[in-house]
Design a protein around this ligand. Structure first.
Ligand code: AMP
Length: 223
C-alpha cells in the first residue's frame, strides 16, 4: 500500500506516519529526515540542501525527485511506502505518479492533516527532535514532553530544536510555501478519489495518535 502524508508543517505528519509504520510494517520515507541526515553528515547533498532548508525554502526538484526515485528502488519499498514530506508540489506529484505507474503501482491513500494556524506555529516552536539519526523521535515540550527534560525516552540521546523551527522567518516562509506550492495537492488527490482529510487539533481533542489508530484499523480491516 502506498500512502502519502499531506498537511502543513507542524500538523503531525511525521508522528502519524511513524505510528502507522510501526504498526503495519510499511516503511516511512521522510524527505526532511533524509535531508537532515545528509546535513549532519555534511555530504554534498546535505551541504546543498541546507542552503534552502535553513531559509525555509523548498529544495529544488532536480535534487529532491531523483533522491526519492532512488529511495523507491530499495527492497523495503517494494510492497508499499508511507511518503512523509513528498510530494510538496504538483511537479513532484506528477513525477511520482509516473514513477509508480512504470512499476504497475499507484497512490492508494493520501492522509491530509489539517490544524489551525496558531496551533501550528506553537507546535513548531515547542517541537524537539532526537539527535540520534537512527531514532529521530519527535517530542513536543507542551503536548508530549520526554520523561527527562532534553533527553530522548527511547534511546537516551539529547533532544534539540530543529534549526528551521527556531527561526520565525523560516517558519513564516515554510507556511507561505505550503499555501502556494503544496496545498494545490489537496485538490489533485481529491480528484483522484484517494484523499482522506483529518483534523488534528486540541480544540476538537483529536491528536495524531487518534488519526493513526483510525487509519491502522481501516487498513487492517481492508486486508
Ligand atoms: P520536513 O521535515 O518535511 O518539514 O522538511 C524540512 C525541509 O526539507 C523543508 O522545509 C524543505 O526545505 C525540505 N524538504 C522536505 N521535503 C521536500 C520536498 N518534497 N521538496 C522540497 N523540499 C523538501
Amino acid at each position: 500500500m502506498n500512502i502519502i502524508m499531506l498537511g502543513a508543517q507542524g500538523t503531525g505528519k511525521g508522528t502519524v506516519a511513524g505510528i502507522i509504520s510501526e504498526k503495519t510494517g510499511i516503511p516511512q520515507i521522510s524527505t526532511g529526515d533524509i535531508f537532515r541526515k545528509n546535513i549532519s553528515e555534511k555530504t554534498p547533498l546535505g551541504i546543498e540542501a541546507d542552503k534552502y532548508i535553513s531559509k525555509g525554502n523548498l529544495v529544488p526538484d532536480e535534487i529532491t525527485i531523483p533522491m526519492v526515485e532512488d529511495r523507491l528502488t530499495w527492497e523495503d519499498a517494494q510492497a508499499g511506502v508511507i511518503l512523509d514530506g513528498f510530494p510538496r508540489n504538483i511537479a513532484q506529484a506528477e513525477k511520482l505518479d509516473e514513477i509508480l505507474k512504470a512499476k504497475g503501482k499507484k497512490i492508494d491513500l493520501v492522509i491530509n492533516l489539517v490544524t489551525p494556524k496558531e496551533e501550528i506555529i506553537d507546535r513548531m516552536l515547542t517541537r524537539r527532535v532526537c539527535t540520534n539519526q537512527e531514532c529521530k523521535t519527535t517530542y513536543n515540550i507542551k503536548l508530549h514532553p520526554p520523561k527527562k527534560e532534553g533527553i530522548c525516552d527511547k534511546c537516551g540521546a539529547p533532544l534539540k530544536q530543529r534549526e528551521d523551527d527556531s527561526d520565525p522567518e523560516a517558519i513564516k516562509r515554510r507556511l507561505e510555501i505550503y499555501e502556494e506550492k503544496t496545498s494545490p495537492l489537496v485538490e489533485y488527490y481529491k480528484n483522484k478519489g484517494v484523499l482522506r482529510t483529518e483534523t488534528v487539533s486540541i480544540t476538537v481533542n483529536r491528536m495524531g495518535q487518534d488519526v493513526a489508530n483510525d487509519v491502522i484499523k481501516d487498513i487492517k480491516g481492508a486486508q
